[in-house]
Design a protein around this ligand. Structure first.
Ligand code: PRX
Length: 467
């Protein structure tokens, strides 16, 4: 049982379901009663927490020595297909890269205290809640909760209480805090805090400027991916002092031979020219070794975007200025970024298609003032009459959202579900996602290829309320 943003979530049915699906036989499950909703607790796995804690509190857990290339973990991440990839990382290279990043990017020294406010299941949590600060001799603050409960001052209270020196989170959290009472930030002593780092999604200028002037501390963006494990674009320190530039996470980090490439020829772009952010072989320590149990997929997915050249594609567009600073301009594929969470539109489409009422579906990312992007779904029903009765449309929307919640989690739930009788496609049957997204954001869809049936675009427009 756990409370998330004040809502009690029953964990036992989730554990039951996971156990029933797991091929591996789990020897023991520990369930701790946190007294959140004792009446709803199923006793099957319940353990008495206090005696257990007493027993193991001072336990010495010896190191397990591993060869440096052994896998340390796999972390699943989304791409263009409906099947997430298991990013496999090593032990030695990852440890070395993280330790170096603490010194040369995150300004951390032994004895400092770092607070990374992130999901532990996200790569930022793995790298900068757990491994990097602990490897580099820092204290790490682990906090379970949202930035606005019990009120919007909770993070700043933690800074005061634990004398936090370094903070790391995603821009979405700052956009959420910006809506809170500003005096909550002034109430606490933030003198220990040196720098706030942000990553995971584009850092828009108003958000960067607001938090910088509210905190009166430097705010530093950095850019990377689950695949790289640590920042590939950042503001380095210790070698030469580089200022931050608004709108850019910085310059390529040590070890990353990063260039902007023409998407067709693979040629290096001139300053100011938009291209795909690419990395030369070999990737530096800390980056993924392969796709878990699928080396071929690793090669096919990441290394084949330019013929005859061994280049790793990040699937992000970028542009580099005369001084070497790179700005990120969005994804080249159908991946969207909702509140810093990386989601494949294909995965959401597959979850929606699993509902028997759905014939066809398109999911696109649309701009959202707080989350950066949100998912919007356009659904063609097998039986369009199904939503004629009063309330039927809302009922089905709720069922479809539930299908996404249960398969991918609530973060992937579409902000809008619109019913249409057909989707805009080219004559060869390719979905016009960009045009749908443009209409959904109230933009002009621009030049379009020949559409199978132009009225499909009109339908999208009407489904959105005739914008
Ligand atoms: O599109 C880029 C965006 O997030 C993607 C990686 O997401 P994920 O695998 O969840 O790893 C996040 C690690 C911080 C990238 O391909 N992204 C990440 N950081 C930035 C960003 N976009 C713009 N600016 C950033 N600082």
């Amino acid at each position: 049982m756990r409370a998330r943003a004040g809502k009690v979530i029953d964990y036992t049915p989730l554990v039951d379901e996971a156990l029933s699906r797991a091929e591996f036989k789990v020897p023991q499950v520990l369930l701790i009663d946190r007294q959140l909703a004792p009446e709803r607790l199923q006793a099957s796995y319940l353990v008495a927490y206090e005696p257990l804690r007493e027993k193991f509190f001072d336990a010495h857990v010896p190191c397990e020595w591993l060869e440096s290339n052994e896998p340390s973990y796999t972390l699943y991440t989304s791409g263009t297909t409906g099947k997430p990839k298991g990013v496999q990382r090593d032990v030695g290279g990852y440890a070395v890269a993280l330790a170096a990043s603490m010194e040369h990017i995150f300004q951390g020294a032994p004895g400092d205290t770092m607070f990374t406010a992130s999901d532990i299941g996200w790569v930022v949590g793995h790298s900068y809640i757990i491994y990097a600060p602990l490897i580099a001799g820092l204290t790490t603050v682990m906090y379970e909760g949202t930035p606005i409960r019990p009120d919007g001052g909770i993070w700043w209270r933690l800074v005061e209480q634990y004398k936090i020196n370094l903070m790391f989170t995603a821009p979405t959290a700052i956009r959420v805090l910006r809506k809170q009472d500003a005096s909550l930030m002034e109430k606490y002593d933030l003198s220990s805090l040196r720098t706030l780092f942000l990553a995971g999604e584009p850092l828009d200028e108003p958000t960067a400027q607001w938090v910088q002037s509210a905190l009166k501390k430097p705010v530093i963006d950095n850019y990377w991916q689950t695949e790289t494990g640590w920042p590939m674009i950042a503001i380095p320190r210790g070698i030469e002092e580089l200022p931050s530039k608004l709108g850019s996470p910085g310059v390529p980090s040590m070890g990353f031979n990063l260039t902007l490439r023409n998407e067709v020829t693979g040629d290096v772009c001139a300053a100011g020219e938009k291209g795909v952010v690419a990395l030369d072989y070999p990737l530096p320590p800390g980056c993924m070794q392969t796709v878990w149990r699928d080396d071929q997929r690793f090669v096919d997915t990441y290394w084949q975007s330019v013929p005859d050249q061994l280049l790793y594609s990040t699937f992000d567009w970028g542009v580099q200025d005369e001084d070497g600073y790179v700005s990120i301009l969005g994804r080249t594929d159908d991946v969207i970024n909702v509140a810093g969470h990386r989601l494949g539109t294909r995965e959401i489409e597959e979850a929606l298609s699993s509902h028997p009422a759905v014939a066809e579906v398109a999911v696109v990312g649309i701009a959202d003032a707080v989350k950066g992007q949100a998912a919007a779904a356009f659904v063609v029903l097998r039986d369009p009459d199904r939503i004629n009765a009063p309330g039927a449309s809302e009922g089905l929307q709720a069922e479809l959202c539930h299908a996404v919640d249960s398969q991918l989690g609530a973060i992937a739930r579409p902000a809008r579900v619109c019913f249409v009788s057909m989707l805009p496609k080219t004559r060869s049957g390719k979905l016009l996602r960009r045009a749908i997204a443009a209409l959904a954001e109230g933009r002009d869809p621009g030049e379009l290829p020949t559409i199978e049936d132009p009225s499909a675009l009109m339908q999208v427009r009407e489904a959105l309320g005739g914008q």
